[in-house]
Every structure is written in structure tokens, then in C-alpha cells.
Design a protein around this ligand. Structure first.
Ligand SMILES: [Zn+2]
Length: 170
């Protein structure tokens, strides 16, 4: 199985390395899902429906950086990333493998917004998706840096607003 969060060449440049030798591989690039050799699977990411790989791993549409970006949400309770990212008392965390939805933890520096927004196809949409993922996860694997813990100050920067008569981080 190969999952690419989006189609930019710095993320998929070596994709051809996986094109042979795995007859039943599942390949996901952004919102496109293919089961080799040439069978495309229809999935309506754009309606907000997650693609569930199993009870621990799901893929959600998180547009903004590009229109087709996806994020892989992984519930984990073991392994090196869990050990590095868990807070005291946590027995399970959700890790967001987010591609360029977050470029790095430096996105949250004083000049960070200007950096990631300059590479965003739609920074307003991406901002909403960043908020959503910060509320669903305890750690993020960004597109261009080491994994980082979602800190309270990152979430405090969220603007809450009313959507469909419910308060949501939209
Ligand atoms: Zn990119």
C-alpha cells in the first residue's frame, strides 16, 4: 500500500519505484485510489467521507495546499512515534500524517503563516482544515520536518465559529 498525501513532485517523485512487483497494491494519491493494475476505486472524499483502511487508520480530505490533499489519521498505542509523542497518562494517540497541510512545526512561529500560505492554493480553506486536524490529533507528521506534538497554544489559536447551529472548529 502506498499513500501520497498530494501530487506535488517533491512528495511523489519516486512513486514509480512502487509500480512493479506488488500485484495487488493499493495506491492512493490525493483523492485518487487505484488497485493495480488499472482499476480505479470510486470514493467520495470531497463529501467529507473518510476512507477507512481499518479501525485504526483512516484517510480524510484536507484541501487547501492543493485541492486534492488528504491526511492519514492513525490511532496508535505503541511504537517509537507513540513513545515519542504521547503525553503522560495517554494510552493511545491519534497521529495525523498530514503532508503539506502542515509544512513543519515552524508553521506556528511568528512568521510561519506567511511561509505556508505562500505555497497554498487556497489558504482560507487550508486554515480551516488545519484547525480541524489540530482538534482530531495529538501529533502531526508534517510534509517537511520532524513529527511534532500538538501543543495547547497551537489549538488556542483556533477561531471557533458557528456552523449549522453547532460550535465547531470549522
Ligand atoms: Zn506540496
Amino acid at each position: 500500500m502506498v499513500i501520497c498525501t498530494h501530487g506535488h513532485v517533491d512528495h511523489i517523485g519516486n512513486l514509480a519505484m512502487f509500480s512493479t512487483g506488488c500485484p495487488n497494491k493499493l495506491m492512493i494519491v490525493g483523492c485518487d485510489i487505484a488497485q493495480s493494475p488499472d482499476r480505479f476505486l470510486a470514493h467520495d472524499f470531497r463529501s467529507g467521507i473518510a476512507y477507512e483502511l481499518d479501525e485504526f487508520v483512516r484517510i480524510v480530505h484536507t484541501p487547501g495546499h492543493s485541492s486534492d490533499d488528504v491526511t492519514v489519521l492513525v490511532r496508535t498505542s505503541s511504537g517509537p512515534l507513540f513513545e515519542a509523542m504521547k503525553a503522560e497518562g495517554e494510552s493511545e494517540i491519534t497521529v495525523a500524517v498530514a503532508g503539506d497541510l502542515f509544512e513543519s512545526e515552524a508553521d506556528f512561529n511568528a512568521d510561519g503563516d506567511a511561509q505556508w500560505m505562500s505555497r497554498s492554493a487556497n489558504s482560507e480553506v487550508q486554515t480551516d482544515q488545519r484547525k480541524r486536524i489540530l482538534h482530531k490529533s495529538q501529533a502531526v507528521v508534517p510534509g517537511h520536518g520532524p513529527a511534532f506534538r500538538v501543543k495547547p497554544e497551537f489549538q488556542r489559536s483556533l477561531v471557533w465559529r458557528k456552523c449549522d447551529n453547532r460550535l465547531l472548529a470549522c
